[in-house]
Design a binder for this molecule. Structure first.
Ligand SMILES: *Cc1c(COP(=O)(O)O)cnc(C)c1O
Length: 421
């Protein structure tokens, strides 16, 4: 029609394949943001009606912003979906929010009020839970190297479960509990040998990594998992509740969870044959993938829950065992989309990058934080997304890289994103 609308903005050859040129660079993509985040009439990003400039003025930047509404809704939807899917099988599911995805006393209170429990993995997280008033029975303690002090603290708080990661730890825990004249409630963390298709450092159930007790038999025909069960059942100071696995994070495909559930249920059947004991609990961990960029497509909790319930039902029927009480440990699927980091943009710089077919501009946008507050891009090469929050812009999109202020060239917050020029 007119001259301006025919000026084509073209995708940059520097953009990765998954990143599309946005039609509207101001768009707030629903799956990446909390449900109560939107641009207001002035074009500024607002959360529950509060413009980000107000948050920046009150709290400074950088600041983590968490939507209580959205966090609670996600917590509730996991609990409701799994309770519904497992109602007939085992009366419902215990949902442990994985505190390592984000924890503070206020979040711990939301978790409890929404009917969830809390998964911790350090003495510090136990202290936060205690400060928030959560009773020990609602808490689990993870960790592959729990200190004696952490074990004492867990026993002081009479924790609902201590998830034991090794034979070494089992012996230490049994000794400490015996000395105190108490009984520790224990789950055993097993590695079912599933290598989840995710980044190497967040896949946690194959053999060659630090977590858990292997199901694979050694030369003598026994497995670390089998030996741990025998030792736990023999220890007077251990109450063995059941077994646990967590196969990794950012998992979108249901197959990994299904195979892990089958192997652990098979193990419970073996324990029943060998020891005449039906262990009552099975924890299938967390790891449900979320959208960090437009390329990720998370599955709704109900779909995950129904798929898992079908596997548990079929496997228990085939093995002829009673369905154990099921628990899960979602972390980021509850806290991730509910939050964002608010930075102030400072220096911008355009560099020319040789892309084989020529040289193309890339815009570097420096913010007042970086790898100090968002470590995942540096740790895992994780991709993220970003928008200009303080205003809507009419400028065309340019391929940009959001970087921090630290003296490391790896200090990248968002590797590839189109931002307004
Ligand atoms: C990290 C972790 C989780 C949560 O993982 P998400 O990917 O955030 O769901 C659950 N359980 C254990 C043991 C973990 O280490």
């Amino acid at each position: 029609m007119n001259q301006e609308t025919t000026t084509a903005v073209v995708a940059s050859p520097l953009a990765p394949e998954w990143l599309s040129l946005p039609e509207d660079v101001n768009r707030v993509e629903t799956k990446l943001w909390a449900q109560d985040v939107a641009r207001n009439d002035a074009g500024e990003l607002a959360i529950s009606g509060i413009p980000v400039s107000e948050l920046a003025a009150e709290f400074g930047t950088p600041v983590f912003v968490i939507s209580e509404t959205d966090f609670r809704a996600r917590a509730r939807s996991f609990k409701a979906a799994f309770d519904a899917a497992f109602a007939e099988l085992c009366g419902g599911v215990d949902v442990y929010y994985a505190g390592k995805s984000f924890l503070c006393t206020e979040v711990a209170r939301w978790v409890r009020q929404e009917g969830l429990r809390l998964d911790t993995c350090t003495g510090g997280e136990l202290a936060v839970a205690a400060r928030a008033g959560l009773p020990g029975e609602l808490l689990g303690l993870h960790g592959n190297n729990k200190s004696d002090a952490e074990i004492h603290r867990a026993l002081d708080m009479d924790l609902g479960r201590i998830v034991v990661d090794s034979l070494d730890e089992l012996e230490r825990l049994a000794g400490i509990a015996a000395e105190r004249g108490s009984v520790a409630k224990v789950m055993l963390r097993l590695t079912p040998g599933v290598h989840a298709s995710t980044h190497e450092f967040i896949a946690t159930a194959h053999e060659d990594q630090k977590f858990g007790l292997s199901l694979a038999a050694d030369d003598d025909g026994t497995s670390p998992a089998g030996r741990a069960v025998a030792a736990a059942l023999a220890a007077g100071s251990i109450d063995l509740l059941g077994v646990h696995c967590h196969i990794g994070s950012q998992i979108f495909e249901p197959e990994g969870f299904a195979v892990a559930a089958e192997r652990l249920l098979g193990f419970l059947a073996t324990v029943q044959d060998e020891h005449g004991v039906a262990l009552g609990e099975l924890d299938l961990g967390g790891g449900y993938g979320i959208a960090y960029t437009e390329a990720d497509t998370p599955r709704p909790p109900a779909e995950i829950a129904n798929a898992m319930a079908a596997v548990v039902h079929d496997t228990c029927t085939a093995l002829n065992i009673k369905v154990p009480r099921i628990s899960i440990e979602p972390g980021r699927a509850i806290s991730g989309p509910a939050g964002f980091s608010l930075y102030r943009a400072g220096t911008t710089k355009t560099v020319q990058v040789d892309a084989g077919t020529g040289s193309f501009p890339r815009r570097y946008v420096s913010v007042d934080g970086g790898m100090s507050d968002n470590a995942r891009p540096v740790l895992y090469d994780a991709d993220y997304s970003a928008v200009l929050a303080s205003r809507a812009s009419t400028a065309e999109p340019v391929i940009s890289r959001v970087v921090g202020k630290h003296c490391e060239s790896g200090d990248i917050v968002v590797r590839d994103v189109y931002l307004p020029a």
